[in-house]
Design a binder for this molecule. Sequence first.
Ligand code: DX5
Ligand code: ZN
Length: 222
Amino acid sequence: MIKIAPSILAADFAKLGSEVDQVAAAGADWLHIDVMDGKFVPNISLGFPVIKCLRKRTDLFFDVHLMVEAPRRFAARFCDEGADMLTVHVEADEPQYLIEALRTIHSRGKLAGLAIKPSTPGGIVLPFLEYLDMVLVMTVEPGFGGQSLRQETLAKMRGVRALIDQYKPGCELEVDGGVDIHTAPLVVDSGASVLVAGSAVFGRTDRAAAMDELRMAAAVKA
Ligand code: DX5
Ligand code: ZN
């Protein structure tokens, strides 16, 4: 069963609570929360207070995507503020420090993910797989919503899917960036099990219809 994870980056932050209520009512599987530090990516989004407030409002599964340098500095705090899955970028630190962060996440009872940028080879995830509950393949350059999916990332996604099936069955494969009704069949065909969707959900006034259409598109054979 494919999971849909609306990304609040595309929501109206002036009414974030009701935006989240809408996608929860529309059957979102997870809520994708993008945290940016202005250094790992050239943008700044949101942090601890927003996650803490949203945590009090909804039981949705919080899928927190850290686009932050040296994420081990903040892993424990994001878990304690309400993340259910915390994903760090492989490009954001040295391998031993990333493993430290992944261990911290598990020690807090949460799930751990590793994200790779479009230009990072998929094979880089192999030595981390034993520590992972999810691999996130970025299909746009991280930092901004509303970009088009880069088709050249699909072949890499297939490679990551093959690694997961061989070495860590059950590990989720999330795709993030430019997912809409046109690209959903392609990413599912390439092995994705969780689809992040910012503009495709929050860019529409009828979030329930947007979610239904995405779900239907994800079920179409590419
Ligand atoms: C980009 C973020 C994405 C973003 C996706 O750096 O990681 O989660 O919200 O937005 P769309 O779905 O509009 O491409
Ligand atoms: Zn994201």
